[in-house]
Write a protein that binds this ligand. Structure first.
Ligand code: EPU
Length: 436
């Protein structure tokens, strides 16, 4: 297991490139299973979650070839003959549950492990299952697996209303509906950029969709889809993370440029809150330039579905608030208890207190380096950000969480002036007794 060692208080300078989106690439990979042939995806990040999902696809019979140099991936789904996603892989990554819709759509049957627990919870999949049932699938639960069958080999299609709106359920239901015999309708569908991109890819594959990017998504089933070449979008959460990094660790008056980005995907609420902190951001077509202010203003945020403030950026925002002049709150309405990073940030000297689904942050206290532990992907990156502004040395442990969703983070930060190093670390080694 590795850890990151950060010497804090080094200024962030120059530019940071944004990698391809994890959460957009995963459904594109699932969609590739619907087409008999070779799909090519471009701008695919090299990440642990992408590797895990590639393996899930291979289990079903697909041949998946990543090209990390060019960030391409080819998926040959000519032969899908084992419609199953095993527990060993699904437990590592919940998005593997997309196999339910993809395999049903392609093979008319699927046996997919239920994801089980999460680093924060609960994260149910009831809407995925009920939505797919509404399309006509017969569903049983067997030994922790969801066993789904399309009577007669193909689903009929149907209507389902998501409550609450769900990114994953919209994608899963759309995967199953694309090759159904009849039409389907998803009400209160997710309109996150990841979902819109996925729908556009399905359309390019020959699916018939109506209402892409609106709350009512209609899908008229077609007999079969064709393989395509599709460019994955830049990661909007990585962009938001880098914007926060530039605001807290940049040099006032010196812009930091974030490149290969798609600023449109951030949503209005994040940009608005960001500007109210006093940080200056210049938004270009594929870049954002952020200039840190002399003093950060405290700005309270509440997460919400797109175009609301992303829940995947609230942990990072807490670090920004810890650097601000005054107090403010972070409220998460999407996941009410995604706060495992708070005790770790407090170990660094932050003053943050959880009350219900809100964190109250008293800014302006000097952070001091310490050993801290990652608990999930976004929590880990918040610890890295805190380490960057803390006095002295911070060790961030269990960074396998970070590797799930941030590509070569330490390399990118080091190229922009941050003193950060990945070192091997044995978490279970016993400390030596103190010599007398
Ligand atoms: N929900 C249900 N039942 C369901 C599904 C969802 O009640 O069957 C609820 C959830 O508990 C939550 C809300 O619906 O309160 C929204 O969850 P959603 O289904 O939209 O989340 P997801 O699809 O499981 C994706 C991202 C998450 C991100 C959320 C919210 C992927 C692979 N994951 O999860 O990303 O936080 O949308 O935007 O796309 C991350 O990247 O760190 C991450 C966790």
């Amino acid at each position: 297991m590795d850890k990151l060692v950060i010497q804090g208080r080094r200024p962030l300078r120059g530019s940071l490139p944004v990698s391809g989106s994890k959460n957009a690439a995963l459904p594109l990979m699932a969609a590739a299973l619907l087409a008999d042939g070779v799909t090519t995806l471009q701008n695919v990040p090299t990440l642990r979650d992408i590797k895990t999902f590639a393996h899930v696809l291979r289990i079903s019979g697909a041949s998946v070839k990543p090209d990390p140099e060019r960030h391409h991936m080819t998926i040959d789904a000519s032969r899908i003959d084992f419609p199953e996603a095993p527990y060993e892989l699904v437990k590592k990554m919940r998005a593997s549950f997309y196999m339910l819709g993809a395999l049903l759509g392609r093979c008319g049957q699927a046996r997919v492990s239920l994801p089980g627990g999460c680093a924060w919870g609960p994260r149910p999949v009831n809407l995925h299952i009920e939505g797919i049932k509404a399309l006509g699938a017969e569903i049983d639960l067997d030994g922790g697996y969801v066993v789904a069958t399309a009577p007669g080999g193909r689903l009929n299609g149907g209507s389902y209303r998501l409550e609450p709106s769900s990114v994953g359920a919209t994608i899963n239901i759309a995967l199953a509906a694309a090759t159904a015999r009849g039409g389907s309708r998803i009400e209160n569908a997710a309109i996150e950029p990841d979902v819109v991109e996925f729908c556009q890819a399905l359309e390019k594959m020959g699916a018939r969709l109506n209402g892409i990017g609106t709350r009512t998504l209609e899908i008229e089933g077609v007999e079969a889809l064709r393989p395509i070449t599709f460019r994955n979008s830049p990661d909007r959460i990585e962009l938001g993370t880098f914007m926060i990094a530039a605001a807290i660790a940049g040099v006032p008056g010196e812009p930091v440029r974030l490149t290969n980005a798609n600023p449109d995907h951030l949503g209005a609420d994040f940009i608005d809150a960001f500007r109210r902190t006093g940080a200056v951001c210049v938004i270009g077509p594929d870049y954002v330039e952020v200039t840190a202010p002399q003093t950060l203003q405290p700005v309270s945020i509440t997460t919400g579905i797109y175009p609301g403030f992303p829940t995947d950026l609230q942990a990072q925002w807490t670090v920004l608030l810890a650097q601000a002049h005054g107090s403010a709150t972070v409220t998460d309405t999407v996941y009410g208890d995604r706060f495992n990073h708070i005790p770790e940030l407090n170990r660094l000297g932050a003053r943050a207190m959880v009350a219900g689904n809100t964190v109250e942050v008293e800014g302006g206290h000097v952070l001091k380096g310490a050993q801290v532990m990652s608990t999930d992907l976004r929590a880990s990156v918040s610890l890295v950000l805190a380490g960057m502004v803390a006095e002295g040395e911070t060790h961030v442990l269990r960074i396998y969480h970070l590797d799930r969703g941030y590509e070569r983070l330490e390399e990118k930060l080091a190229n922009a002036g941050i003193e950060i190093e990945r070192v091997p670390y044995d978490e279970f080694a016993q400390p030596e007794p103190h010599a007398a």
